[in-house]
Write a protein that binds this ligand. Structure first.
Ligand code: LIP
Length: 268
């Protein structure tokens, strides 16, 4: 099954090498390209044929049969702004969930030919090599993070959290693609992750890849990820660093703010 999904994702990647146009969705910071739409349409057609009766939740307006046992969670191009500007940090992210649990994750970066995959209970692999999180302590950690791109009213909270974390870790990185950032944690390249509001299609595949590589990823205050709403996302290479980052986040985020963020459902 995994090899077949990989083949479909890599076939879809060819569509990112064709000419494309760019459109604004909810504003200048929220863009979509015809490549996003073409990749999503291709993946929907091929994966629905491969797994009849499966449901779909995908970024570009696709939400179907979400009560099916098997549901595909897809970001056709994660890091669309990067892609639209010619920045190589972007990826196709495909997750397969069974009764709400991610069992397969595939993240493929067409510009660099980096393939990250995981199957539940069977490890995570980068271009066929086993992945493992780093053993870096917090003070040596690289924190992948982002501002609240589509909800700029959360900017101050993000700045407070990032300022405190930056004062205690080594440095921050903003790659503009959560799917790849979670793979970087899984591969030991980065060590910490925080984003205040992110969609399931951004993180579903990266979640399995990171946890299969030994990492930790949850919502606010250890909340499990439910795959059906936007959520804060906190991740780390080990339990000690996860607790320390969660404590920093808890200085400024509240349960009511987290509830406000997770109130936005994405499953239709
Ligand atoms: C991306 C997200 C990421 C965010 C990026 C971008 P998209 O998704 O994965 O969390 O910080 O700016 O939004 O919209 O490119 O598919």
């Amino acid at each position: 099954m995994l090899d077949h999904i990989i083949a479909i994702v890599k076939e879809a990647a060819a569509l990112t090498r064709e000419a494309f146009s760019v459109h604004n969705k909810s504003g200048d910071a929220d863009v979509v390209t015809t490549a996003d739409e073409n990749v999503q349409r291709f993946l929907h057609e091929k994966l629905a044929c491969y797994l009849p009766g499966s449901g779909f939740v995908a970024e570009e307006g696709l939400s179907a049969a979400n009560d099916a046992d098997y549901v595909w969670i897809i970001d056709p191009i994660d890091g669309t702004m990067n892609f639209s500007r010619g920045i190589r940090h972007h990826a196709i992210s495909v997750a397969l969930a069974h009764k709400g649990e991610v069992i397969i994750g595939v993240v493929y970066a067409p510009a660099t030919d980096d393939l990250y995959v995981a199957q539940k209970g069977r490890g995570a692999f980068h271009n066929g090599k086993p992945m493992a999180v780093s053993d870096k302590p917090f003070r040596q950690g690289l924190l992948c993070t982002a501002m609240s791109l589509y909800r700029k009213e959360y900017t101050d909270v993000c700045l407070d959290i990032i300022r405190d974390a930056y004062g205690e870790c080594s440095d921050i990185r903003r790659f503009g693609t959560a799917a790849l950032e979670l793979c970087y944690l899984a591969d030991g390249l980065c060590d910490l992750y925080f984003e205040i509001r992110i969609f399931p299609w951004d993180y579903a595949a990266g979640y399995l890849i990171l946890t299969e590589a030994g990492g930790i990823l949850t919502g606010f205050a250890g909340d499990p990820l439910t795959l059906d709403c936007t959520t804060p996302l906190i991740g780390a290479n080990n339990e000690e660093n996860y607790r320390r980052l969660s404590e920093i986040v808890g200085r400024y985020m509240t349960r009511s703010l987290s509830d406000e963020i997770t109130a936005q459902r994405v499953d239709g």
